[in-house]
Design a protein around this ligand. Structure first.
Ligand SMILES: [Zn+2]
Length: 448
């Protein structure tokens, strides 16, 4: 990558914890989790027909949950359960107690609908406040919230958390990039919230408008809603001077605010007093030992309107058993680079878009704007990666471009173990998104 050598701006000093819950001794935390878990399982059993039927099918009642370890016997909840009970089938509160609905758009068919009581909205604000605090944000910061406002949980989730912290929120939502840059500059924005791919686009557009983010007060970015890589973090920090933090959440559980990196940037703390994490083998469903990699399963410990017991996230990660240098006692998970939903299989090989991203950004002169196009030729799957390169490289002699193309093909083949076609694209030629980037275009069904 062609990048400025300037280091990112340092996080602020004098950090004040906003919640003692982040620092609770482990035994107290486990006790609190068990109490809350028992309450939650009782509530789900009494009010969610689907959950009660599955418990009964296994001969279980809430009384069988005596320890946290007993949770492993309980049935899973999966995404299709939310679709099958559309729209309100998993609500555990009557509508008169529900103060908010959100929905996540599926790529096909009906969305999933999630509900919040007044208490749930307060918990959501609290965990997002703790998220901002973990990323070194404090009262007095000016937060540009470019997550989408609306049915998507990103916008309002970040909004309430930043306000609870006492920061100034600019509810700009996604899109209109030129206006984003103008506001960032004119309002003295110090913190940005959006998808990492959209921020990369903002950096690039700022450059075209003659705005150097290194010269602006903006210092931190809370990036989530799509998987991204360490290479992407490096790119963002080098090209903007903004410390890039990974935040994690999903609508089914609460929205953003399930977990967050701290200023150590070494894994994401799960707000364990509200969300109980387990790691399972995605094939067998068996619980794995702490530290082993597998699928993250989350149980809500305080979600009133819609308890989720053992929700399978499809996100692949592991729990980091070692204590974090920041002093928080709530456990960390490794950044989620892979979602089993994002995985595609090509010629029998499992491929994750994040592996492609890491392989691409390891080569100098490349930009994090790429797309993976899958086609079928004569019955054989083909994978082509289209990637933008820096304007300097593109205007350079043909030999240099060919050299980069060869390096990329080599880097991809090394990482994935299969041959991949690489097409270098002109700067600005790959479509930008103001939300989640579309990385994979699968045309295989259209080309038998
Ligand atoms: Zn930490």
């Amino acid at each position: 990558m062609t990048e400025s050598a300037r280091p990112p701006k340092a996080p602020p000093h004098g950090f004040q914890p906003v919640s003692a819950m982040d620092y609770l001794p482990a035994d107290q935390l486990r006790q609190l989790q068990l109490q809350r878990l028992q309450t939650m399982v009782r509530r789900a059993y009494e009010r969610q027909v689907l959950f009660r039927d599955r418990m009964s099918g296994r001969g279980l009642t809430p009384h069988d949950l005596r320890t946290l370890g007993d949770l492993a016997q309980l049935p899973f909840t999966i995404k299709t359960d939310l679709r099958d009970t559309y729209p309100f089938g998993l609500f555990a509160s009557s509508m008169s107690d529900v103060v908010r609905l959100h929905a996540s758009s599926g790529t096909t068919g009906k969305p999933i609908v999630v509900a919040y009581t007044r208490e749930d909205v307060q918990v959501w604000a609290e965990v997002m406040q703790r998220t901002f605090a973990a990323c070194g944000v404090h009262a007095g910061d000016i937060v540009q919230n470019a997550y989408g406002y609306g049915l998507f949980t990103g916008g309002l989730g970040a909004h309430y958390g930043a306000e609870a912290l006492g920061a100034t929120v600019i509810p700009i939502s996604g899109g209109n990039t030129d206006r984003q840059i103008m506001v960032m500059k004119d309002f003295g924005v110090t913190v940005i919230c959006c998808t990492p791919s959209y921020f990369v686009h903002m950096i690039e557009r700022a450059g075209q408008l003659g705005v150097d983010m290194h010269q602006l007060p903006i210092r931190a970015g809370l990036f989530g809603a799509e998987p991204w890589t360490e290479q992407m973090r490096h790119h963002i920090q080098q090209t903007s001077g903004v410390c890039a933090y990974d935040i994690y959440g999903l609508s089914e559980i609460i929205g953003p605010g399930v977990g967050s990196e701290c200023t150590a940037q070494a894994g994401l703390h799960i707000f364990e007093d509200h969300f109980y994490p387990e790691i399972i083998d995605p094939e067998t469903g068996q619980s794995l030992e702490e530290g082993e990699e597998g699928e993250l399963v989350l149980t809500t410990l305080s979600k009133w309107a819609m308890p989720m017991i053992r929700y399978r996230t499809r996100d692949i990660t592991r729990v980091i058993p070692e204590p974090c240098p920041c002093g928080r006692t709530v456990r960390r998970i490794e950044r989620i680079g892979r979602r089993s939903d994002d995985m595609f299989i090509i010629r029998g090989v499992n491929v994750f878009p994040s592996q492609v991203e890491a392989a691409l950004l390891a080569v100098e002169g490349t930009l994090p704007h790429y797309q993976i196009v899958l086609t079928r030729e004569h019955g054989l799957d083909q994978m082509e990666v289209q990637l933008e390169v820096t304007p300097q490289l593109f205007s350079d002699r043909v030999g240099a471009l060919e050299e980069v193309r060869r390096k990329l093909a080599h880097s991809l083949e090394n990482t994935l173990g299969i041959h991949v076609k690489v097409q270098l694209a002109e700067p600005q030629s790959i479509e930008r998104s103001a939300g989640k980037a579309k990385r994979v275009i699968d045309k295989r069904d259209a080309t038998p």
